[in-house]
Ligand binder design. Structure first.
Ligand SMILES: [Zn+2]
Length: 78
């Protein structure tokens, strides 16, 4: 019975250490995320000429950038 008690204590300590580690990781991950938008490249839509973040770009088969799927479709129809 004593062995079970020790096992429970050890498991509790491991669980507490793990939750502390993951909390510290989350804190470290926050600063780079906040600056993500500032350094992002901007692309111009081939259909409406609007500038938008490169991460939101929609590309066709010839690597032309569009702001949305709808404009890619409309551009291909011409
Ligand atoms: Zn567009």
């Amino acid at each position: 019975m004593k062995l079970l008690l020790w096992a429970a204590i050890i498991l509790a300590v491991i669980w507490i250490l793990r939750s502390k580690k993951s909390a510290a990781k989350a804190d470290n991950a926050t600063p780079p995320r906040s600056t993500e938008g500032a350094a992002e490249a901007m692309l111009s839509c081939a259909h409406c000429k609007t500038y938008f973040p490169a991460s939101e770009a929609v590309f066709d088969s010839s690597h032309t950038a569009f702001c949305c799927v709808e404009h890619r479709r409309q551009h291909a129809a011409h």
